[in-house]
Design a protein around this ligand. Structure first.
Ligand code: NAD
Length: 423
């Protein structure tokens, strides 16, 4: 076997038997969780493919570690290697504090155009949870990653830009809408048709691929009509392109207007019965309520950047918290993807070998699924399920699970690897 790059051919990822996969161990607890995860990944691949496949891991620098060694937070070499090798995995990175510094994660997502932040939120039996029926949570969140208020167009009161913006508002008769113009700061929220349609497309494709029954557009279009309201409109337009394979709430509303509620309801039931994918929408605040009260009503949720940020973490809290929830940032057209731990660097725990590596381990399982190594992915997910069900857990879970066996980060990694070995 020789180490080769993963490539994209005819809209399909081509994964060689020994793919080069770059990793960024990360800052804070990053190196500890990465070491635990890597042992699990290598064991799962070995067990699944008996030496016929293996990963050629390629270390890359970013974050505080990179800054200390190279004087740069995100070296160009790292960006280049990520672009060249398409699929990578990373631990958490410190966000530099201070004027002009943006989060490295946000920069990476923008530079590589990783427009879909995919966060599957699923309950592993035995995980501590604040809700009564966490097993009902099985929701795949597609969060748009490159637009919205995260675009970073922030304008400070008193600056030239603020004056120019206020002038423009004045000329358009809109300045009176600003309650305290003298001291207001501003941020611009770009939401585009292309950006909205491509993330909705990704969510719908995913739902079809996994035989799911609902895709829900989450938005605050009742208030932000031109941005989030348009996201909903464009989302439904994208859905209509799938023709008879989907049934949208626009169609429902048309039937209701023409033939009444009963006819609309029976058309919806018929569509569900026929296995058509239902595309509906919900206002963001209502989504937070509904996902606590009736999480079973949601399969795939697609939304914009800021909503998606809140929603992913709120849902994760229902099934065990950010210590275990995985994520990936993907561009489905170019194939470029970075899978990552969804929590931060937890600097106060760095070097203590205490916290939970499950988030990055399950992100690795997502990565193996993405490159087509489904057998390795399943072995990892099954071993995590065995560990949690048997209460072999790290500090964050042990504190909430009486009678559990407290494992360090590395012991937990070894436990998972050994469980794979015996599976
Ligand atoms: P954090 O996620 O690092 O920590 C918050 C708390 O969550 C911790 O104190 C800990 O109690 C818990 N926690 C985090 N990871 C855990 C794990 N693996 N297992 C168990 N418990 C865990 O968030 P923060 O303190 O707000 O941020 C610290 C740094 O991380 C900042 O520099 C921030 O910018 C950065 N950050 C990076 C990412 C990323 O790289 N994706 C994400 C969020 C924050």
């Amino acid at each position: 076997m020789t180490a080769e790059k993963i490539t994209m051919q005819d809209q399909q990822l081509k994964t060689p038997n020994e793919p080069i996969i770059p990793f960024i161990a990360g800052d804070g607890i990053g190196p500890e969780i990465w070491d635990a995860a890597r042992a699990v990944f290598d064991e799962a691949v070995e067990k699944a493919y008996k030496g016929k496949k293996k990963v050629a891991w390629k270390p890359l620098l970013a974050g505080e570690t990179a800054f200390k060694q190279t004087g740069e937070w995100l070296p160009e070499e790292t960006v280049k290697a990520l672009q060249d090798n398409l699929v990578a995995i990373k631990g958490p990175l410190t966000t530099p504090i201070g004027h002009g510094h943006r989060s490295i994660n946000v920069t990476l997502r923008q530079k590589l155009d990783l427009y879909a932040c995919f966060r599957p939120v699923k309950y592993y039996e035995g995980s501590p949870s604040p809700v009564k029926e966490p097993q009902n949570v099985d929701i795949d969140v597609f969060r748009e990653n490159t637009e919205d208020i995260y675009a970073g167009i922030d304008i400070e009161s008193g600056s030239k830009e603020a004056d120019q913006l206020q002038q423009l508002l004045k000329e358009n008769g809109q300045l009176e809408k600003v309650r305290f113009p003298e001291t207001s700061n501003y941020a611009i929220k770009p939401i585009s048709e292309q950006g909205s349609k491509r993330i909705v497309h990704a969510a719908i494709d995913y739902a079809f691929k996994h035989n799911l029954s609902h895709v829900t557009l989450v938005h605050k279009g009742n208030i932000m009509k031109k941005t989030e309201g348009s996201f909903k409109k464009w989302g439904y337009e994208e859905a209509e392109k799938y023709g008879e394979r989907v049934f949208t709430m626009n169609t429902y509303a048309d039937i209701k207007a023409e033939k009444g509620q009963e006819a609309a309801d029976s058309a919806l039931t018929a569509a569900e019965y026929a296995g058509r994918l239902i595309i509906n929408d919900v206002i963001t605040d209502n989504f937070f309520q509904q996902s606590l009260l009736h999480p079973e009503n949601f399969d795939v949720v697609v939304t914009m950047n800021l909503n998606g940020d809140y929603i992913s973490d709120a849902l994760a809290a229902q099934v065990g918290g950010i210590g275990i929830s995985p994520g990936g940032n993907i561009n489905f057209e170019t194939g470029q993807a970075i899978f990552e731990a969804t929590h931060g660097t937890a600097p106060q725990f760095a070097g203590q070998n205490k916290l939970n590596p499950t988030s990055i381990i399950l992100s690795g399982a997502m990565m193996f699924d993405y490159i087509g190594w489904h057998e390795a992915a399943k072995l990892i997910q099954d071993a995590i399920a065995v560990a949690i069900r048997g209460k072999h857990v790290t500090l964050d879970f042990a504190k909430q699970l009486p009678g559990s066996e407290l494992l360090s980060t590395s012991e937990y990694g070894n436990f998972i690897a050994k469980t794979i070995d015996f599976s």
